[in-house]
Write a protein of this length. Structure first.
Length: 404
DNA sequence: TCTGGGGTCCTAGGACCC
DNA sequence: TCTGGGGTCCTAGGACCC
């Protein structure tokens, strides 16, 4: 099941005056934003997800723009998922607007799966949004089927007809094949899933690595897949925040301010999740196709931006030369899987009942700022250092405020 | 005037260990 | 006379997903 133009549909549900009109959820055209979701009315103008906002605005000047409200979408998503769980015992949510569920005939119910799916569609519609569903013998087939007749589609691929259903479709419709793989396949003369299905799996392994043979199997409609009831929520591998600026940053002061800003966002989220990591990554994007990252291991895991932010600032020297314009700055923390032995730390800071150490004070400061921002808003408290960003920063973190 | 932000997984080379 | 083999960890980059 895939919700139709989900974010835009929720906006139209919440703003009746926007119904029947082109609505675009995404970043502002002035701030290098992209389209997150376009309503079907906007799509008739050629607007689609991931399109640069300035381009979308040119195609559809009358569109209503909003930055979106993720908390609200999460709330609606939960209601939809509840319907699925009510109708079938085995539901695998894969994203905010997508889920697999197992309606294999006779497995959990004697009812015809088509009837179950139609009822799900009716119940979801009564919540105020619509969905499309694909039925097939495995996840690849079902997902591709769900995309064939949007919106409000129900596409059934009967067992035994997978290969003929998939064969004429372009390779790009299969998840896992993006623009780069599409291009490489095209160079090999492979354009459709039918052609991919006939390839020698070992040849595909040589070109695409370990995933190659599986790609062939999936294109044949022969993949074995299982719907997993529940994906561990707590196996997060990394937490990061990044920001694209309306104007390139060019000075060290601006960059250090930006690093401070995104580090604080990451620190807050780490503490909220109760995670400490021992690996810090700094990411800089110089232009649309040139991104560089630098990583460093820490002596011990941390969730304090004063610690990992300082390391990120040190990493700057390896990536950036004074005068180079930077469009995006990101700081991430990973390495939470700490079964590893404690590293020998040559510089003291024992883990014992830490007396007054500067590190301890700074950590306490971070916790205190979390509290103030929680109560009075993200902008309530800012380091003087970070104010240098003022004119370059897009209005971030203001979910729910209409963009224009 | 000119493409986001949050993630995951894979690859490949080098350092290092036994 | 002229450099093994297996393994782990670290780093950087890239593809991909929604």
């Amino acid at each position: 099941m895939d919700l139709d133009a989900f974010f835009a549909s929720v906006e139209q549900l919440d703003h009746p005056e926007w119904r029947g009109k082109p609505v675009i959820v995404g970043g502002s055209p002035k701030h290098r934003g992209v389209v997150s979701t376009a309503s079907y009315e906007a799509r008739t103008f050629g607007v689609h997800s991931a399109m640069p906002s300035w381009q979308a605005q040119r195609l559809c000047p009358q569109a209503i723009w909003t930055r979106g409200n993720h908390a609200r979408y999460r709330e609606m998503s939960n209601k939809v998922m509840q319907v699925l769980k009510d109708e079938t015992p085995l539901v695998e949510q894969v994203s905010i607007d997508e889920a697999f569920f197992d309606v294999s005939p006779g497995r959990f119910s004697k009812e015809n799966p088509i009837d179950i799916c139609r009822r799900i569609q009716r119940r979801v519609a009564s919540l105020g949004v619509t969905c499309s569903i694909g039925i097939g013998v495995n996840k690849t087939v079902a997902k591709i089927a769900s995309d064939r007749q949007k919106p409000r589609g129900l596409t059934i691929v009967l067992p035994g007809t997978e290969a003929s259903f998939l064969a004429p479709l372009p390779v790009r419709v299969m998840s896992g094949i993006g623009s780069a793989s599409e291009e490489r396949l095209s160079q090999l003369g492979i354009h459709t899933l039918g052609q991919l299905a006939q390839q020698d799996p070992e040849r595909m392994r040589a070109v695409f690595g370990v995933g190659g043979p599986r790609m062939v199997l999936r294109a044949q409609g022969a993949e074995q897949s299982r719907v997993k009831a529940y994906v561990e929520p707590d196996e997060v591998k990394s937490v990061s925040n990044e920001r694209t600026f309306a104007h390139d940053l060019t000075t060290r002061k601006e960059l250090e301010a930006a690093i401070g800003h995104v580090s604080a966002l990451t620190g807050t989220r780490l503490r909220k999740k109760g995670l400490k990591g021992h690996q810090v990554t700094l990411k800089l994007k110089f232009d649309i196709s040139h991104t560089h990252t630098a990583q460093r291991q820490l002596a011990r895991p941390t969730d304090d931006e004063h610690v990992f932010g300082a390391v990120a600032r040190e990493l700057l020297d390896g990536l950036w030369r004074e005068g180079t314009g930077v469009r995006l700055v990101g700081v991430g923390v990973s390495g939470f899987d700490d079964a590893r032995p404690q590293q020998l730390d040559l510089f003291g800071e024992s883990d014992g009942p830490a007396e007054e150490s500067p590190q301890r004070d700074l950590r306490a400061l971070s916790v205190a700022t979390d509290d103030i921002r929680q109560r009075f808003g993200a902008g309530a408290l800012t380091y003087g250092r970070d104010l240098r960003l003022h004119d370059a920063r897009p209005q971030d973190g203001v979910d729910g405020v209409d963009g224009h």
